[in-house]
Design a binder for this molecule. Sequence first.
Ligand SMILES: [Zn+2]
Length: 443
Amino acid sequence: MKRLRGRTLITLILAGLLAVGLIYFCVQLVMKGNDWVGFFGSTYYDSGAIYDKNGVLLYDGESGEYAERQATRVSTLHLVGDRNFGTSLRSVLASRMTGYNPVTGTTLGSHDVTLTIDSKLNETAYAALNGHKGVVAVYDYTNGDVKCLVSAPSYDPKNPPKDVNENSAYEGVYLNRFFSGTYPPGSTFKLVTTAAAIEQKKDLADFRYTCTGSLKVGNDEITCPYVHGKNMDINQCLACSCNGAYATLALELGGDTLEKYMKDAGLLESRKVCDITTAKGSFVSQPKGSSNLAWSGVGQDKVLANPCGMLAFMGGIANGGEAVVPKLVEKETISGTPLPAAFPDGKDTFSIYRKETCEQLKTMLRNNVTVQYGQAQFGDLAVCAKSGTAEVGGGKQPHAWFVGFLDDPDHPLAFVVLVENGGGGASVAGSVAAKVLAQATAE
Ligand SMILES: [Zn+2]
């Protein structure tokens, strides 16, 4: 009898362990099943395909083949990705493309994903960067659809370079700079300083600045590339991007106010774009009266911004204060059929500045193009923009930025162009934007 009781106890313990194990397995299956199925090493599950918005095949999960044209493969590599790209859609959409769900597993077949991207626009953008490292992105600021997204350098995934790890031309190649990069914003940051001045400086309408080419702050000098002019109002100061004027405004507004307006622009937050977490920017509130504070007001010092954040910020100004988070997936269908396999990705928004502030910024951005950068290169497009030439030190050429949007209900497009070590913002990055916008609006 005693022995029987002992055996019963052992059996019960074993049964208990089995139950605990089963529960553990089920919990893990529900929590991580999609990761197991989507794991890059996994060859057990069929994956669907990735198409651009016009039905151009970018990646076929069944054969493992990429797009037919080399220019398409190179310019969409960071979006589509291979096993080296953590932020690529093949990584973040892996389980969705196998069609996995916790109840049926993968028995209902794989899913195809159609992107909002126009691969022809990507090809043009990549070519326009002309061998430079950098970012080009264009999106619809009313619904978040990303039309063009290029990160350079890139390579042909069908024929990866052998020297990718040694050759400096491929430095940071596995990074999608749009999502993961942070850069000194240079003069594009003057939009944040301007917004702070519009809302916090009651006498901004009377503000006048005479540029002498440099402004002494403590033992430092805030310099302009040349003498900008006398008695300039805020519109003129922004158009010619006078560092002296913006340093003066920064000293008056203070570091905490500038930090608040950078935060309100959404530039200090990270976002989720199709399960990809974007890098957040940073700002250091420097002491009152310091030259560091003056430099931070012109987007130098320790200020950093992420290109995706900058794009949403431009969209927010264009939209009168409501910024739409970019999105990449147009639809998900059961492989080889037009049948929908998931609800479309929803619209994600956040608020930036007051509507009146955004209206005033919009007018000023339009003025920049007409009086400073030149309308001619943009044809008849109502481009609103700000250039930036961000000093990077170390004897290297500055980064060139050109950011903005079209004030056009038929083409509600915002854009960000960043050319690393490209030199002058308006000329270098502006011409890239001009080419891409001309093609984006040609339909
Ligand atoms: Zn100046």
